[in-house]
Ligand binder design. Structure first.
Ligand code: PDD
Length: 287
């Protein structure tokens, strides 16, 4: 079955989709992006991702090329053309095409690209059922990782190093030995006192849309929760740990730097949050 992408107003064959050589996203990383999960044909947290997209665009002073309603029509058409039941939708908006020069161009139109890809949910569910091992690494990223830009080289390198060392992923740790977040996920623990913790959403982390939804879910379930940073040592002493993101939903972390977290198996709180999140998302009525 052919795959389709969307580039600046047109649906095109994925293999033939291309952007201009002087797109500022390509040359300067002058672009923002979003990733939505799709499960059973349902687009997860659709409004949350749109709201963050607006914040990222505003932070870079890029004018949204489309309104949300038009964007959603394109997203749904892309899903339909790709017969996407389980997978991801990727959106990127750059400042546009201009002669290479650092300042914002006087005249440029934001470029927009969208792609869709399938994901094996059975495999993702199995990974969550087993839990993953992560390693820590120094957070060398810039000071505004709260803006969802495409500048992801530290994340790419950290993930690659983790895989090469036999781990599934990496958690960034700041200069005070406090965990910031994962390479493409927010980091959580259930600490030794039974308090669910994730780092406050400052400029030091990306404020995950899944994170925000899970905070609400945790509160609805009556779990004691605080936005409170935790150290690598706190994580090693924790009862449970897990990550949240559009690509992992809630996935237990059962080991850190080769040492087990809790009893080294997925814990009941992470499992409950994942189950509740998936059932809430798939039962939400959407226009
Ligand atoms: N990443 N932190 C970072 C650094 C991320 O890149 C992401 C998402 C998250 C979680 O955000 P959300 O819950 O909105 O997915 C946290 C996407 C999935 C990616 O880059 O593929």
């Amino acid at each position: 079955m052919p795959r389709f992408a969307y580039v600046d107003g047109q649906f095109v064959r994925h293999g033939e989709a291309s952007i201009h050589v002087e797109d500022r996203g390509l040359q300067f990383g002058d672009a923002v992006y979003e990733v939505w999960a799709v499960r059973n044909g349902i687009l997860f947290d659709s409004e949350g991702h749109l709201a963050r997209l607006a914040r990222s665009l505003a932070a870079l002073q890029i004018k949204a090329p489309l309104g949300n309603a038009s964007l959603m029509v394109i997203v749904r058409e892309l899903m339909a053309r790709n017969k996407l039941k389980d997978g991801l939708v990727y959106l990127q908006i750059s400042r546009g095409v201009a002669r290479r020069d650092h300042p914002f161009p006087a005249h440029s139109y934001p470029s927009i690209i969208l792609t869709a890809r399938g994901m094996n949910m059975a495999q993702a569910d199995l990974r969550a059922a087993k839990g993953i091992h992560v390693q820590t690494c120094t957070d060398i990223r810039w000071g505004r990782v709260d803006i969802k830009t495409v500048n992801l080289l530290p994340n790419v390198l950290a993930k690659q190093a983790a895989l090469e060392a036999g781990f599934a992923d990496a958690w960034f740790v700041d200069g005070d030995n406090m965990v910031t977040e994962g390479t493409a996920q927010n980091a959580w623990i259930l600490d030794s006192d039974g308090l669910l913790r994730t780092r406050p959403a400052t400029h030091a982390i990306l404020r995950g849309i899944t994170r925000d939804t899970i905070i609400k879910t945790a509160q609805e379930l009556g779990f004691s929760f605080e936005e409170k940073a935790f150290s690598r040592a706190d994580a090693l002493n924790a009862r449970e740990a897990f990550i949240t993101s559009a690509t992992s939903f809630v996935t237990p972390v059962i080991g850190l730097d080769g040492q087990p977290i809790g009893d080294g198996a997925p814990g009941p709180i992470a499992r409950k949050l994942r189950e509740t999140y998936l059932s809430q998302q798939t039962s939400v009525k959407r226009p």
